[in-house]
Write a protein of this length. Structure first.
Length: 386
């Protein structure tokens, strides 16, 4: 795939991955992107996952037409992008590796000392002159590892964005939901903790004229797609509400808490709520529910009291929210318990340190099964949220 006259895609598509990063379901597969800039000097931009080194090296060799690259640029040392560095240098021993100082430290941790004898350490503001193309490096720490850099080619107005603007899904499969859904789940799951760092990178990028974004995962973005992606990243990294609606996340042992959650959904829709996303945390994809919690402005947590705590899946879900700095939202609670319902108190305690999170009233208490009283509480909570 040609990005422009001098920039060629040499990445690979993965349709065998079961869990990306050991935790994310990727039904549409995954893309590991790599690019080749052809000029007076040639530069390969990043490598791919270890399982695809041979395919990737074949792509690079074909694009080079039998030659060897002058540079291997490493924007990010995470193994889904950097696993083939040692093999690449075996194949192209004269290539100079270009990376940040911290990236070289990580490189030696993965591959051992001396892995890149020809190296060029770059920092923000440095420029790699390839001829017509000149790669300007911009530091992007914690987007989403500390060593990350992105680079900008002013000749073609291309931003090589590392993990920024990435998306779940292979590039040879059309995503029926478009870019936003899996890009949002990717962002919230992988980068979402680091909103301020993303905002800092967006501020730097605002001073560049960007017509094409080449990320390390997902499709190359051009034209209006670039402006849309930047707008979405500004919303996500600012922890702003993207869509009006309510996310209900529940756990249920014998079905009574589920019945309460479903009744709340019905009451919310009847009250005019534009969207209600509901999820069984034990059975549905939890990262997608985390995504919904950040997408909508209101969240309801419904769970049973369990071992004088909350049900394990709810505990894990709240942990995902807290570690990603969940904020600027309203949270409601439904608790269930037969002899000592105290799940709401526990959940409030887990969320207490978060910034700008309001708790909705009333708290719904179900004692074993729904009653007229708890149904009335659910109706009142729906009215307060809708």
């Amino acid at each position: 795939m040609e990005i422009c006259d001098d920039v060629v895609y040499v990445g690979v598509n993965d349709h065998d991955v079961d869990l990306f990063e050991g935790q994310y379901v990727v039904p549409l597969g995954m893309a590991y992107n790599s690019y080749l800039v052809k000029d007076a000097k040639t530069a390969v931009m990043d490598t791919v996952d270890a399982r695809f080194c041979d395919e990737w090296l074949g792509n690079v060799a074909a694009a080079l037409g039998g030659g060897a690259p002058d540079y291997l640029v490493v924007h990010h040392m995470e193994p889904d992008h950097s696993a083939c560095i040692a093999k690449a240098l075996e194949r192209f021993p004269s290539a100079t590796v270009v990376a940040s100082a911290q990236a070289f430290k990580f490189m030696e941790q993965f591959f051992g000392p001396g892995v890149a004898p020809n190296r060029l350490v770059v920092k923000e503001g440095d420029v790699l002159d390839l001829g017509r193309h000149k790669l300007a490096f911009v530091s992007a720490p914690m987007v989403h590892w500390p060593e990350v850099m992105v680079s900008y080619d002013p000749t073609e107005k291309i931003l090589f964005s590392a993990d920024g603007f990435g998306k779940f899904g292979a590039n040879d499969v059309e995503d029926p939901e478009g870019w936003d859904c899996e890009a949002r789940r990717y962002y919230v799951g992988i980068v979402g903790k680091y909103g301020p760092q993303v905002q800092a990178l967006l501020k730097k990028a605002a001073g560049l004229q960007i017509e094409t974004v080449c990320p390390l995962h997902g499709p190359v973005l051009k034209g209006e797609a670039v402006a849309h992606a930047v707008k979405q990243y500004a919303t996500w990294s600012g922890y702003e509400v993207e869509s009006p609606g309510v996310c209900i996340a529940y756990t249920s042992v014998y079905g009574h808490t589920k019945a309460a959650a479903l009744l709340l959904k019905e009451e919310l829709l009847n009250a005019g709520c534009p969207k209600v996303a509901i999820s069984d945390l034990a059975r549905d994809d939890m990262p997608e529910t985390v995504e919904d919690a950040f997408r909508y402005g209101k969240l309801v947590l419904a769970t049973t009291t369990y071992n004088n705590d909350v049900f394990p899946f709810m505990h894990a879900f709240i942990h995902h929210l807290v570690e990603r700095n969940y904020q600027k939202r309203t949270v409601g609670f439904i608790e269930n318990g037969t002899w000592a319902p105290n799940a709401a108190k526990t959940m409030k305690g887990m969320l207490a340190g978060l910034k700008d999170v309001a708790f909705a009233e009333p708290v719904v208490t179900v004692k074993s099964a729904l009653t007229d009283e708890s149904r009335s509480q659910i109706a009142a909570l729906a009215k307060a949220l809708a």
